[in-house]
Structure formats: structure tokens, C-alpha cells
Design a protein around this ligand. Structure first.
Ligand code: TMP
Length: 215
């Protein structure tokens, strides 16, 4: 069983402090301006139950989850998000903009945490079943991204990992992007956020134009 590509599902990926929230708002505004229905969502999260799972995953007050627990909770949240939020929106013709999706599990739980990539792929096939039409990877050197993220205040559990962890996240994302160039666009997110947002909007427009040409 292969993944079903969803042209109107657009995902944003990147390390910490890449500027995803600002870019997501710019993409949303561009779609709204052309009269589209847009659902903005995020992972882990995107439904009340999945947001509770997010709270468990990022909380520092209990013992840290084992790598397997972390992976399975990410996919539990994602299964709920896909069935309750993403698929209903896509079925009624809306665009869905998600701040992170399955690629994040390959980068964080796979490349950075050392999880079994075949197991992640199996979970993706069995509990997700869909892949985005376009994924924008906001790529930023770890040092710059962490400086921005940590400047925002208290770090959550994952933000508190060592810099080497985030180097592996970055490499994991770039490797995935290079393996699937037709779906991914890499944007240099060390630029000012307005420039990053403008490039993201241009990539979304090019994706929409290509969809119209292909019918
Ligand atoms: P955020 O800070 O972009 O909202 O994401 C929350 C954290 O969760 C971030 O540190 C990345 C991490 N994460 C994973 O480790 N695996 C995943 O599959 C997802 C979606 C997020």
C-alpha cells in the first residue's frame, strides 16, 4: 500500500527557530486572498485530543518518554489529526497548511533520536496513509535557529536537547528533501523572515499553477 498524495496538503518543516509561524500566516493570507478555504493546523496537535498528546510530549515535569514512547505518541497524535482534521478538510476542497507532519518524525525520531526508519515508514503507511503535495523545508543553521527559539523564553522538552541533536535533525530533513525533490522545496531561512515568507508564497503559487496545468 503506497501513500496517497494530497495536492492541497502543504506542510512546513524545519528545525527550531526557522520562522514557520510567520511563513504559515503568509501562506494562509495568500490562499484566502484568492478565495480558497484554508485550514491551518500543526503537529503534534491539530485536534483537542492530539493537543493533549502534544502537552504530554513536550512537558518536562514527568520522566522523559522512551524513544519508542515518543515515536508512538507522535504517530498517535498524527493518526487522530489525519482522520479528524486533515481528511475532512481535504474532502470538502479546503487547503490544509500544517506546521510539521510525518517528515518531522523521520528527522527527529529517526535521524536525531536514532529510531528505526523502516518502522517509521511502516507506521506512516499503516496509520497516516497520505503524503503532502508540497513540503517547504525552512533550512537554517542550527546556531541561528536555536538563538531565535531560545530567545522566545522557556524551552520545552525537545527544545532543551543538545546542539548535536539539532544538527542531526537538520541533516535528516535535508536528506529527505534531496531524496524527494518533486515534493520538497528548500528555502534558506537564515534570511529575514519577510524574504523567507515571500519565497514560500511564490513556491505555493508555482505549485497551484502546476496543478491547474495538469488539471
Ligand atoms: P514545534 O516547536 O514546531 O511546534 O514542534 C514541537 C516539537 O515537536 C518540535 O521540537 C519538533 C517535535 N516533533 C517531533 O519530534 N516529531 C514529530 O513528528 C513532530 C510533528 C514534532
Amino acid at each position: 500500500m503506497s501513500l496517497q498524495r494530497q495536492p492541497r496538503l502543504v506542510t512546513l518543516e524545519g528545525g527550531e527557530g526557522a520562522g514557520k509561524s510567520t511563513v504559515l500566516a503568509a501562506l494562509r493570507d495568500a490562499l484566502l486572498a484568492s478565495g480558497c478555504e484554508v485550514v491551518c493546523t500543526r503537529e503534534p496537535g491539530g485536534t483537542p485530543l492530539a493537543e493533549q498528546i502534544r502537552g504530554l510530549l513536550l512537558d518536562t515535569r514527568h520522566e522523559p518518554p522512551s524513544p519508542e514512547t515518543e515515536l508512538l505518541l507522535m504517530f498517535a497524535a498524527r493518526a487522530q489529526h489525519v482522520s479528524e482534521t486533515i481528511l475532512p478538510a481535504l474532502r470538502r476542497g479546503a487547503w490544509v497548511l500544517s506546521d510539521r507532519f510525518t517528515d518531522a518524525s523521520y528527522a527527529y525520531q529517526g535521524a536525531a533520536r536514532g529510531g528505526d526508519v523502516d518502522f517509521i515508514a511502516e507506521l506512516e503507511r499503516r496509520v497516516v496513509g497520505i503524503s503532502p503535495g508540497l513540503t517547504l523545508l525552512l533550512d537554517v543553521p542550527v546556531e541561528i535557529g536555536l538563538q531565535r527559539a531560545r530567545g522566545r523564553g522557556d524551552a520545552d522538552r525537545i527544545e532543551s536537547e543538545a546542539d548535536e541533536f539539532f544538527e542531526r535533525v537538520r541533516t535528516g530533513y535535508r536528506t529527505r528533501a534531496e531524496a524527494e525533490p518533486q515534493r520538497f522545496r528548500i528555502i534558506d531561512a537564515s534570511q529575514p523572515v519577510e524574504a523567507v515568507a515571500a519565497q514560500a508564497v511564490a513556491q505555493l503559487q508555482a505549485h497551484r499553477d502546476a496543478l491547474q496545468v495538469s488539471g
